[in-house]
Ligand binder design. Sequence first.
Ligand SMILES: Cc1cc2nc3c(=O)[nH]c(=O)nc-3n(C[C@H](O)[C@H](O)[C@H](O)COP(=O)(O)OP(=O)(O)OC[C@H]3O[C@@H](n4cnc5c(N)ncnc54)[C@H](O)[C@@H]3O)c2cc1C
Length: 410
Amino acid sequence: MARHDVIIVGGGIGGSALAAVLAGRGVDVLLLEQSEVYEDRVRGEWIAPWGVSETKRVGLYDVLMAAGGHHLTRHITYDESRTPAEAEARTLPLSIFAPDVPGPLCIGNPHHCQTLFDEAVRRGAQGRRGAQVTAVQAGASPRVSWMEGDVEHSADCRLIVGADGRTSAVREAAGIKLHQDKPHHWFAGLLLEGAHDWPDDLQAIGTEGDFNFLAFPQGGGRVRVYGGYPLEQKRRFAGPDGAKAFLEAFRMDSAPLNAALADATPAGPLLSYFNHDSWTDQPFGEGVVLVGDAAGWNDPIVGLGLSITYRDVRIVSDILQGDDWSPAAFAPYAEERAERMRRLRFAASITSALDCEFGDEAKARRRDHFERTGADPSLGAHGFAVMGGPEMAPPEIFTEEHRAKVLGAH
Ligand SMILES: Cc1cc2nc3c(=O)[nH]c(=O)nc-3n(C[C@H](O)[C@H](O)[C@H](O)COP(=O)(O)OP(=O)(O)OC[C@H]3O[C@@H](n4cnc5c(N)ncnc54)[C@H](O)[C@@H]3O)c2cc1C
Protein backbone atom coordinates (compact mmCIF):
# COMPACT_ATOMS: atom_id res chain seq x y z
CA MET A 1 0.00 0.00 0.00
CA ALA A 2 1.19 3.54 -0.81
CA ARG A 3 2.48 5.64 2.06
CA HIS A 4 2.79 9.45 2.24
CA ASP A 5 3.97 11.96 4.83
CA VAL A 6 0.63 13.78 4.69
CA ILE A 7 -2.75 12.98 3.14
CA ILE A 8 -4.97 16.04 2.77
CA VAL A 9 -8.70 15.36 2.48
CA GLY A 10 -10.35 18.20 0.51
CA GLY A 11 -8.76 20.32 -2.18
CA GLY A 12 -10.64 23.59 -1.53
CA ILE A 13 -8.74 26.70 -0.45
CA GLY A 14 -7.35 25.25 2.79
CA GLY A 15 -6.34 21.83 1.46
CA SER A 16 -4.80 23.06 -1.78
CA ALA A 17 -2.97 25.97 -0.11
CA LEU A 18 -1.50 23.67 2.53
CA ALA A 19 -0.52 21.11 -0.12
CA ALA A 20 1.27 23.83 -2.10
CA VAL A 21 3.18 25.09 0.95
CA LEU A 22 4.19 21.60 2.15
CA ALA A 23 5.09 20.27 -1.31
CA GLY A 24 7.23 23.38 -1.84
CA ARG A 25 9.19 22.33 1.25
CA GLY A 26 9.73 18.80 -0.03
CA VAL A 27 7.01 17.07 2.03
CA ASP A 28 5.39 14.03 0.33
CA VAL A 29 1.72 15.10 0.04
CA LEU A 30 -1.33 13.34 -1.38
CA LEU A 31 -4.21 15.80 -2.01
CA LEU A 32 -7.67 14.26 -2.50
CA GLU A 33 -10.51 16.36 -3.95
CA GLN A 34 -13.91 14.90 -4.72
CA SER A 35 -14.98 17.35 -7.43
CA GLU A 36 -13.85 17.00 -11.04
CA VAL A 37 -14.51 20.70 -11.65
CA TYR A 38 -14.75 23.48 -9.05
CA GLU A 39 -18.17 25.12 -9.18
CA ASP A 40 -19.59 28.39 -7.88
CA ARG A 41 -21.06 27.42 -4.50
CA VAL A 42 -21.27 31.10 -3.43
CA ARG A 43 -18.22 30.91 -1.24
CA GLY A 44 -15.48 33.27 -0.15
CA GLU A 45 -14.17 35.64 -2.79
CA TRP A 46 -12.95 38.54 -0.60
CA ILE A 47 -9.79 38.25 1.52
CA ALA A 48 -9.45 40.76 4.37
CA PRO A 49 -6.20 42.78 4.57
CA TRP A 50 -4.92 40.58 7.44
CA GLY A 51 -5.69 37.50 5.35
CA VAL A 52 -3.74 39.02 2.46
CA SER A 53 -0.78 39.30 4.86
CA GLU A 54 -1.24 35.59 5.61
CA THR A 55 -1.12 34.74 1.89
CA LYS A 56 2.18 36.62 1.73
CA ARG A 57 3.57 34.79 4.76
CA VAL A 58 2.85 31.38 3.19
CA GLY A 59 4.30 32.49 -0.17
CA LEU A 60 1.08 32.33 -2.19
CA TYR A 61 0.26 36.03 -2.68
CA ASP A 62 2.17 36.28 -5.98
CA VAL A 63 0.41 33.17 -7.24
CA LEU A 64 -3.00 34.77 -6.51
CA MET A 65 -2.02 38.06 -8.15
CA ALA A 66 -0.71 36.26 -11.25
CA ALA A 67 -4.08 34.48 -11.41
CA GLY A 68 -5.96 37.80 -11.57
CA GLY A 69 -6.32 38.76 -7.88
CA HIS A 70 -7.96 42.19 -7.65
CA HIS A 71 -7.39 44.69 -4.81
CA LEU A 72 -10.08 47.00 -3.43
CA THR A 73 -8.94 50.31 -1.98
CA ARG A 74 -12.08 52.15 -0.74
CA HIS A 75 -15.06 51.31 1.48
CA ILE A 76 -18.40 53.11 1.92
CA THR A 77 -21.08 52.27 4.47
CA TYR A 78 -24.46 53.47 3.20
CA ASP A 79 -27.46 53.53 5.52
CA GLU A 80 -31.09 54.57 5.51
CA SER A 81 -30.35 56.88 8.44
CA ARG A 82 -28.05 59.16 6.40
CA THR A 83 -27.86 60.65 2.90
CA PRO A 84 -25.63 59.17 0.18
CA ALA A 85 -23.47 62.31 0.32
CA GLU A 86 -22.99 61.90 4.09
CA ALA A 87 -22.00 58.26 3.58
CA GLU A 88 -19.62 59.04 0.71
CA ALA A 89 -17.98 61.85 2.72
CA ARG A 90 -16.88 59.11 5.15
CA THR A 91 -15.21 56.90 2.49
CA LEU A 92 -12.61 54.74 4.23
CA PRO A 93 -9.22 54.03 2.62
CA LEU A 94 -8.50 50.30 2.90
CA SER A 95 -4.70 50.51 2.89
CA ILE A 96 -4.58 51.41 6.61
CA PHE A 97 -5.10 47.92 8.04
CA ALA A 98 -2.01 45.87 7.14
CA PRO A 99 1.52 46.89 6.14
CA ASP A 100 2.18 46.75 2.37
CA VAL A 101 -1.39 45.64 1.63
CA PRO A 102 -3.39 48.11 -0.53
CA GLY A 103 -6.68 46.59 0.65
CA PRO A 104 -8.74 43.40 0.50
CA LEU A 105 -8.07 40.95 -2.34
CA CYS A 106 -10.89 39.56 -4.50
CA ILE A 107 -10.69 36.46 -6.66
CA GLY A 108 -13.45 34.11 -7.83
CA ASN A 109 -13.66 31.02 -5.58
CA PRO A 110 -13.63 28.23 -8.21
CA HIS A 111 -10.70 29.90 -9.99
CA HIS A 112 -8.95 30.43 -6.63
CA CYS A 113 -9.32 26.71 -5.78
CA GLN A 114 -8.08 25.58 -9.21
CA THR A 115 -5.11 27.97 -9.07
CA LEU A 116 -4.01 26.58 -5.68
CA PHE A 117 -4.61 22.95 -6.71
CA ASP A 118 -2.47 23.47 -9.85
CA GLU A 119 0.21 25.20 -7.79
CA ALA A 120 0.29 22.30 -5.31
CA VAL A 121 0.78 19.82 -8.16
CA ARG A 122 3.38 22.07 -9.81
CA ARG A 123 5.35 22.04 -6.55
CA GLY A 124 5.28 18.25 -6.36
CA ALA A 125 2.10 17.26 -4.49
CA GLN A 126 0.23 14.25 -5.84
CA GLY A 127 -3.22 15.71 -6.56
CA ARG A 128 -6.23 13.49 -7.33
CA ARG A 129 -9.56 14.84 -8.66
CA GLY A 130 -12.81 12.91 -8.58
CA ALA A 131 -11.38 11.28 -5.45
CA GLN A 132 -14.17 10.89 -2.89
CA VAL A 133 -12.85 9.97 0.53
CA THR A 134 -15.00 7.21 2.00
CA ALA A 135 -13.12 6.13 5.13
CA VAL A 136 -10.71 7.82 7.50
CA GLN A 137 -8.80 5.93 10.17
CA ALA A 138 -7.34 8.30 12.74
CA GLY A 139 -4.95 7.16 15.49
CA ALA A 140 -1.44 5.75 15.56
CA SER A 141 -1.66 4.26 12.03
CA PRO A 142 -3.53 6.83 9.94
CA ARG A 143 -5.14 5.51 6.77
CA VAL A 144 -7.46 7.03 4.16
CA SER A 145 -9.63 5.21 1.62
CA TRP A 146 -11.27 6.83 -1.37
CA MET A 147 -13.18 6.03 -4.55
CA GLU A 148 -12.15 7.15 -8.01
CA GLY A 149 -15.01 6.05 -10.23
CA ASP A 150 -15.69 2.44 -9.25
CA VAL A 151 -12.20 1.79 -7.96
CA GLU A 152 -11.36 1.91 -4.26
CA HIS A 153 -7.91 3.09 -3.16
CA SER A 154 -6.25 3.30 0.25
CA ALA A 155 -3.03 4.84 1.51
CA ASP A 156 -1.22 5.17 4.83
CA CYS A 157 0.43 8.30 6.14
CA ARG A 158 2.01 9.97 9.13
CA LEU A 159 -0.72 12.62 9.35
CA ILE A 160 -4.20 13.18 7.88
CA VAL A 161 -5.26 16.79 7.35
CA GLY A 162 -9.02 17.38 7.34
CA ALA A 163 -9.61 20.27 4.91
CA ASP A 164 -12.99 18.92 3.87
CA GLY A 165 -15.17 21.87 4.82
CA ARG A 166 -18.20 22.36 7.04
CA THR A 167 -19.46 18.77 7.03
CA SER A 168 -15.96 17.31 7.52
CA ALA A 169 -15.82 13.51 7.52
CA VAL A 170 -12.31 13.70 8.99
CA ARG A 171 -13.63 15.67 11.98
CA GLU A 172 -16.33 13.07 12.44
CA ALA A 173 -13.88 10.13 12.20
CA ALA A 174 -11.55 11.74 14.73
CA GLY A 175 -14.45 12.30 17.16
CA ILE A 176 -13.88 16.06 17.32
CA LYS A 177 -16.97 17.91 18.53
CA LEU A 178 -18.27 20.93 16.60
CA HIS A 179 -20.01 23.68 18.59
CA GLN A 180 -22.49 25.90 16.73
CA ASP A 181 -24.37 29.00 17.79
CA LYS A 182 -27.86 30.00 16.65
CA PRO A 183 -28.43 31.37 13.11
CA HIS A 184 -28.90 35.12 13.12
CA HIS A 185 -30.21 35.91 9.58
CA TRP A 186 -30.34 34.60 6.01
CA PHE A 187 -27.48 35.48 3.69
CA ALA A 188 -27.71 35.06 -0.08
CA GLY A 189 -24.98 35.60 -2.66
CA LEU A 190 -24.81 36.04 -6.42
CA LEU A 191 -22.03 36.83 -8.90
CA LEU A 192 -22.84 39.64 -11.35
CA GLU A 193 -21.36 40.66 -14.68
CA GLY A 194 -21.86 43.81 -16.69
CA ALA A 195 -21.85 46.08 -13.62
CA HIS A 196 -19.61 48.54 -15.45
CA ASP A 197 -20.95 51.60 -13.61
CA TRP A 198 -19.80 50.19 -10.28
CA PRO A 199 -16.26 51.48 -9.51
CA ASP A 200 -13.76 48.61 -9.72
CA ASP A 201 -11.91 49.54 -6.52
CA LEU A 202 -14.93 50.25 -4.28
CA GLN A 203 -16.56 47.91 -1.78
CA ALA A 204 -19.76 48.97 -0.08
CA ILE A 205 -22.30 47.77 2.44
CA GLY A 206 -25.57 49.25 3.60
CA THR A 207 -28.94 48.63 5.19
CA GLU A 208 -32.34 49.96 4.14
CA GLY A 209 -35.74 48.53 5.03
CA ASP A 210 -35.36 44.80 5.65
CA PHE A 211 -32.27 44.24 3.50
CA ASN A 212 -28.53 44.52 4.16
CA PHE A 213 -26.37 44.57 1.01
CA LEU A 214 -22.67 43.96 0.47
CA ALA A 215 -20.79 44.46 -2.85
CA PHE A 216 -17.24 43.37 -3.73
CA PRO A 217 -16.01 44.02 -7.30
CA GLN A 218 -13.64 41.57 -8.94
CA GLY A 219 -12.64 43.76 -11.90
CA GLY A 220 -13.97 43.91 -15.46
CA GLY A 221 -17.56 44.65 -14.39
CA ARG A 222 -17.90 41.49 -12.25
CA VAL A 223 -19.17 42.04 -8.70
CA ARG A 224 -19.92 39.49 -5.97
CA VAL A 225 -22.97 40.72 -4.09
CA TYR A 226 -24.54 39.43 -0.89
CA GLY A 227 -27.74 40.26 0.91
CA GLY A 228 -28.76 39.68 4.52
CA TYR A 229 -32.45 39.45 5.44
CA PRO A 230 -34.62 38.30 8.35
CA LEU A 231 -34.76 34.64 9.36
CA GLU A 232 -38.54 34.54 9.00
CA GLN A 233 -38.24 35.36 5.25
CA LYS A 234 -36.88 31.96 4.24
CA ARG A 235 -38.64 31.87 0.82
CA ARG A 236 -38.10 35.55 -0.04
CA PHE A 237 -35.77 34.84 -2.99
CA ALA A 238 -36.91 31.31 -3.83
CA GLY A 239 -38.28 30.23 -7.20
CA PRO A 240 -37.54 31.13 -10.83
CA ASP A 241 -37.81 34.90 -10.18
CA GLY A 242 -35.61 34.73 -7.09
CA ALA A 243 -32.52 36.35 -8.68
CA LYS A 244 -34.64 39.18 -10.12
CA ALA A 245 -36.26 39.86 -6.74
CA PHE A 246 -32.85 39.68 -5.06
CA LEU A 247 -31.35 42.29 -7.40
CA GLU A 248 -34.38 44.57 -7.00
CA ALA A 249 -33.69 44.58 -3.25
CA PHE A 250 -30.43 46.41 -4.04
CA ARG A 251 -32.27 49.51 -5.33
CA MET A 252 -32.01 51.86 -2.36
CA ASP A 253 -32.64 55.58 -1.95
CA SER A 254 -29.74 55.68 0.49
CA ALA A 255 -27.35 54.02 -2.04
CA PRO A 256 -28.21 55.25 -5.58
CA LEU A 257 -25.00 53.66 -6.93
CA ASN A 258 -26.67 50.29 -6.36
CA ALA A 259 -28.65 50.77 -9.59
CA ALA A 260 -25.47 49.49 -11.31
CA LEU A 261 -25.91 46.21 -9.39
CA ALA A 262 -29.66 45.93 -9.78
CA ASP A 263 -29.30 46.37 -13.57
CA ALA A 264 -26.40 43.89 -13.95
CA THR A 265 -26.64 40.29 -15.16
CA PRO A 266 -26.41 37.18 -12.93
CA ALA A 267 -23.29 35.15 -13.76
CA GLY A 268 -23.80 32.25 -11.37
CA PRO A 269 -26.30 30.66 -9.00
CA LEU A 270 -28.17 32.52 -6.25
CA LEU A 271 -27.66 30.52 -3.05
CA SER A 272 -28.83 31.29 0.48
CA TYR A 273 -27.28 30.22 3.77
CA PHE A 274 -28.21 30.97 7.35
CA ASN A 275 -25.39 32.85 9.00
CA HIS A 276 -23.91 31.59 12.23
CA ASP A 277 -20.63 30.67 13.90
CA SER A 278 -19.09 27.34 14.79
CA TRP A 279 -15.89 26.20 16.49
CA THR A 280 -13.97 23.21 17.83
CA ASP A 281 -12.14 23.17 21.16
CA GLN A 282 -9.35 20.98 19.86
CA PRO A 283 -8.94 20.84 16.06
CA PHE A 284 -6.59 17.85 16.24
CA GLY A 285 -6.37 14.26 17.47
CA GLU A 286 -3.87 11.46 17.16
CA GLY A 287 -2.83 11.29 13.50
CA VAL A 288 -5.24 14.10 12.47
CA VAL A 289 -5.37 17.89 12.27
CA LEU A 290 -8.17 20.08 10.87
CA VAL A 291 -7.84 23.35 8.93
CA GLY A 292 -10.33 25.85 7.52
CA ASP A 293 -14.07 25.33 7.85
CA ALA A 294 -13.55 21.72 9.02
CA ALA A 295 -12.08 23.18 12.23
CA GLY A 296 -15.05 25.57 12.68
CA TRP A 297 -16.16 28.63 10.69
CA ASN A 298 -16.88 32.26 11.40
CA ASP A 299 -20.23 33.91 10.51
CA PRO A 300 -19.83 34.95 6.81
CA ILE A 301 -21.33 38.39 7.57
CA VAL A 302 -17.72 39.53 8.13
CA GLY A 303 -16.23 37.46 5.25
CA LEU A 304 -13.25 36.02 7.13
CA GLY A 305 -13.30 32.30 6.27
CA LEU A 306 -10.47 32.61 3.76
CA SER A 307 -8.31 34.72 6.08
CA ILE A 308 -8.89 32.24 8.91
CA THR A 309 -8.04 29.36 6.57
CA TYR A 310 -4.81 30.96 5.34
CA ARG A 311 -3.73 31.54 8.92
CA ASP A 312 -4.49 27.89 9.75
CA VAL A 313 -2.32 26.90 6.80
CA ARG A 314 0.55 29.03 8.03
CA ILE A 315 0.46 27.76 11.61
CA VAL A 316 -0.01 24.10 10.73
CA SER A 317 2.68 24.18 8.02
CA ASP A 318 5.09 25.82 10.49
CA ILE A 319 4.44 23.05 13.04
CA LEU A 320 5.04 20.43 10.36
CA GLN A 321 8.51 21.86 9.76
CA GLY A 322 9.52 20.32 13.09
CA ASP A 323 10.08 16.61 13.76
CA ASP A 324 7.30 16.34 16.36
CA TRP A 325 3.92 15.70 14.67
CA SER A 326 2.32 14.29 17.82
CA PRO A 327 -0.96 15.77 19.16
CA ALA A 328 1.03 17.79 21.73
CA ALA A 329 2.77 19.65 18.89
CA PHE A 330 -0.60 21.03 17.74
CA ALA A 331 -1.66 22.37 21.17
CA PRO A 332 -0.38 25.92 20.43
CA TYR A 333 -2.44 25.91 17.20
CA ALA A 334 -5.57 24.97 19.17
CA GLU A 335 -4.91 27.66 21.76
CA GLU A 336 -4.31 30.42 19.20
CA ARG A 337 -7.31 29.33 17.09
CA ALA A 338 -9.68 29.24 20.06
CA GLU A 339 -8.91 32.84 21.00
CA ARG A 340 -8.88 33.95 17.35
CA MET A 341 -12.33 32.45 16.74
CA ARG A 342 -13.71 33.78 20.04
CA ARG A 343 -12.70 37.32 19.08
CA LEU A 344 -13.97 37.02 15.51
CA ARG A 345 -17.24 35.49 16.74
CA PHE A 346 -17.67 38.53 18.93
CA ALA A 347 -16.89 40.93 16.05
CA ALA A 348 -19.34 39.08 13.78
CA SER A 349 -22.12 39.15 16.36
CA ILE A 350 -21.81 42.93 16.79
CA THR A 351 -21.72 43.38 13.00
CA SER A 352 -24.83 41.21 12.63
CA ALA A 353 -26.69 43.13 15.32
CA LEU A 354 -25.83 46.47 13.74
CA ASP A 355 -26.20 45.66 10.03
CA CYS A 356 -28.60 42.72 9.86
CA GLU A 357 -31.39 43.66 12.24
CA PHE A 358 -34.27 45.59 10.77
CA GLY A 359 -37.06 47.95 11.82
CA ASP A 360 -37.23 51.28 13.62
CA GLU A 361 -35.31 50.24 16.72
CA ALA A 362 -32.44 48.76 14.68
CA LYS A 363 -32.37 51.86 12.47
CA ALA A 364 -32.15 54.11 15.52
CA ARG A 365 -29.37 51.91 16.92
CA ARG A 366 -27.33 52.28 13.73
CA ARG A 367 -27.83 56.05 13.61
CA ASP A 368 -26.85 56.33 17.25
CA HIS A 369 -23.81 54.10 16.62
CA PHE A 370 -22.60 56.25 13.69
CA GLU A 371 -22.90 59.39 15.81
CA ARG A 372 -21.24 57.98 18.92
CA THR A 373 -18.39 56.31 16.97
CA GLY A 374 -17.47 59.73 15.55
CA ALA A 375 -16.79 60.90 19.11
CA ASP A 376 -15.38 57.58 20.43
CA PRO A 377 -13.61 55.50 17.73
CA SER A 378 -13.21 52.55 20.17
CA LEU A 379 -16.90 51.81 19.46
CA GLY A 380 -15.84 50.75 15.96
CA ALA A 381 -12.86 48.66 17.10
CA HIS A 382 -14.57 45.35 16.27
CA GLY A 383 -14.34 46.49 12.63
CA PHE A 384 -10.58 46.86 12.99
CA ALA A 385 -10.43 43.25 14.19
CA VAL A 386 -12.28 42.20 11.03
CA MET A 387 -10.04 44.14 8.66
CA GLY A 388 -6.70 44.17 10.46
CA GLY A 389 -6.92 40.87 12.34
CA PRO A 390 -8.21 39.74 15.73
CA GLU A 391 -5.05 40.98 17.48
CA MET A 392 -5.49 44.53 16.17
CA ALA A 393 -8.02 45.43 18.87
CA PRO A 394 -7.14 45.24 22.60
CA PRO A 395 -8.65 42.45 24.79
CA GLU A 396 -11.22 44.76 26.45
CA ILE A 397 -12.99 45.16 23.09
CA PHE A 398 -14.09 41.52 23.21
CA THR A 399 -16.16 41.76 26.40
CA GLU A 400 -19.87 41.94 27.21
CA GLU A 401 -19.25 45.35 28.78
CA HIS A 402 -17.94 46.65 25.45
CA ARG A 403 -20.83 45.04 23.54
CA ALA A 404 -23.30 46.93 25.75
CA LYS A 405 -21.41 50.16 25.07
CA VAL A 406 -21.43 49.61 21.28
CA LEU A 407 -25.08 48.63 20.98
CA GLY A 408 -26.16 51.33 23.43
CA ALA A 409 -29.58 51.49 24.98
CA HIS A 410 -31.33 50.08 21.87
C1 LIG B 1 -22.33 32.70 1.71
C2 LIG B 1 -20.89 32.66 2.10
C3 LIG B 1 -20.07 33.74 1.79
C4 LIG B 1 -18.74 33.72 2.17
N1 LIG B 1 -17.98 34.81 1.87
C5 LIG B 1 -16.69 34.85 2.26
C6 LIG B 1 -15.85 35.95 1.94
O1 LIG B 1 -16.23 36.89 1.26
N2 LIG B 1 -14.58 35.92 2.40
C7 LIG B 1 -14.08 34.89 3.13
O2 LIG B 1 -12.93 34.96 3.56
N3 LIG B 1 -14.84 33.81 3.41
C8 LIG B 1 -16.12 33.76 3.00
N4 LIG B 1 -16.87 32.65 3.24
C9 LIG B 1 -16.25 31.51 3.92
C10 LIG B 1 -15.31 30.73 3.01
O3 LIG B 1 -15.97 30.41 1.80
C11 LIG B 1 -14.86 29.43 3.69
O4 LIG B 1 -14.43 29.73 4.99
C12 LIG B 1 -13.73 28.78 2.90
O5 LIG B 1 -14.20 28.39 1.63
C13 LIG B 1 -13.20 27.57 3.66
O6 LIG B 1 -12.31 26.86 2.85
P1 LIG B 1 -12.07 25.31 3.13
O7 LIG B 1 -10.99 24.93 2.18
O8 LIG B 1 -11.87 25.09 4.58
O9 LIG B 1 -13.44 24.58 2.79
P2 LIG B 1 -14.23 24.40 1.43
O10 LIG B 1 -14.09 25.60 0.56
O11 LIG B 1 -15.61 23.95 1.80
O12 LIG B 1 -13.47 23.19 0.71
C14 LIG B 1 -13.62 21.86 1.13
C15 LIG B 1 -13.24 20.95 -0.03
O13 LIG B 1 -13.27 19.60 0.44
C16 LIG B 1 -13.85 18.79 -0.56
N5 LIG B 1 -14.39 17.60 0.10
C17 LIG B 1 -15.37 17.55 1.05
N6 LIG B 1 -15.59 16.27 1.43
C18 LIG B 1 -14.73 15.51 0.70
C19 LIG B 1 -14.51 14.11 0.63
N7 LIG B 1 -15.19 13.23 1.38
N8 LIG B 1 -13.55 13.65 -0.23
C20 LIG B 1 -12.83 14.51 -1.00
N9 LIG B 1 -13.03 15.84 -0.99
C21 LIG B 1 -13.96 16.35 -0.14
C22 LIG B 1 -14.93 19.69 -1.19
O14 LIG B 1 -15.28 19.25 -2.49
C23 LIG B 1 -14.22 21.05 -1.20
O15 LIG B 1 -13.52 21.30 -2.39
C24 LIG B 1 -18.20 32.61 2.85
C25 LIG B 1 -19.01 31.51 3.14
C26 LIG B 1 -20.34 31.53 2.77
C27 LIG B 1 -21.20 30.36 3.10
